[in-house]
Design a protein around this ligand. Sequence first.
Ligand code: 5AD
Ligand code: SF4
Length: 483
Amino acid sequence: MYNEWNLDSIDLTKEPPQEEPARQCYFMAKCREWVQDFAHRNKRIPTASIQTFGCQMNARDSEKLAGILEQIGFLLQENENADFVLYNTCTVRDNANQRVYGRLGYVHSLKKQNPAMLIALCGCMMQEESVIEKLRQSYRFVDIVFGTHNIYKLAELLHLRLTCCRMVVDIWPEGKNAVETLPVERKYSYKSGVNIMYGCNNFCSYCIVPYVRGREKSREPEEIVSEIEGLVKDGVIEVMLLGQNVNSYGRNLKSPLSFAELLRRVEAIEGLQRIRFMTSHPKDLSDELIQVMKESKKICRHLHLPLQSGSSRILKIMNRRYDKEQYLALAKKIRDEIPNLSLTTDIIVGFPGETEEDFEETLDVVRQVRFDGAFTFLYSKRTGTPAAAMENQIPKETAQKRFDRLLALVQQISREMDGRDTGQVMEALVEGTDSQHEGMVTGRLSNNIMVHFPGSAEWIGRIVPVRLLESRGFYYMGRMEEQ
Ligand code: 5AD
Ligand code: SF4
């Protein structure tokens, strides 16, 4: 999109260059020759499909992968019945892994009908050694496997598969210098994720992310600002700054810089209208950040602040480095300073050793904070994490019963909270037409709640004032106001 590439000028008779991104451009051009040859032989352009699992980081990585495939000349499509299928995987909970194995079974049946089909796997799940072993033994039909640190190498790996090896496996234990300047095919024209940092240093005892995404590494602020300026030139009005723990942004830079300071710089970008970010760790959320949010005209009124557990005892074993009282005080401070802000969270149920009393503490925090939304998860044992080795794992039925109770409570509260602006006029970014109802569009409010209202597809990507007429639990029905 905003990166222009001229693959025609590359001399493919020469050896590939060593430096990046020239090397990847060379391989994109090589793969493009293959695509052109395929098109000539089959009288059609080869198709490619990217299936994304997991979080916003993966969604952003998939846009980068799509950018590369598009440059190579593939026709991108949604469904997996394609010539090249790529799964960008997640491994945060075991059910994410199981879903990938399930899909591999399905895609194998497609490959039997189309033996020339190429299947690739990448992302977090591939950083687990046991997964690679299993693939090598029982999933020999997979063509390319790579991890989280080398997604920019897709063209080179594809070329390798096309010219020699049967199963190309390239996993790096740590990130070197990520190549950020390759083409990107964005899913939305008007909004985009922007990586501000990679990896995580927190080692919460249940979490596999630090093992599969590596150590925390911040990008230089100038690089981030210039990427966003480029996006704005290309029509983007909303960015989501992405990191596992954005509140610790900038600590390991040559000239350290706080996340709040980065936000100030992003705020100054002309033409950019909305700023979001994900995810905040409560232990690192500074007063400076609250002030910047409060004073900002662009930072959205939404903060995702994972609680994980309301029990100080469990939080300690989780290695979260805050306790119940500190979380409650922080939530109160944020609500007092920015009253119209929507506060959402993540909660894990059934962590090893969690007692009924511990769980009651979680319910207590939920009742006190009154989250506008909460993602609730059953604890999932991740091999290699400290929690996986703890002896007092909770029986599935006990955890499930607690989960159901928690879900009922968070839903009841967020239904009440999400309707609190009924009657007000708020700005909504129109994100699409409403597939269920003709003549309706769907917009996102600054506080991340959706509103459905009569409108036309031409409004997509515009911010419009909407009166919130009626709350339907987790979304509103509204009407556009005269501008
Ligand atoms: N089991 C259940 N949930 C987990 N999360 C991370 N690791 C696990 C696990 N092992 C949840 C946390 C985190 C969110 C992205 O996923 O709540 O905030
Ligand atoms: Fe996992 Fe904790 Fe890092 Fe979040 S902060 S990615 S939960 S280790």
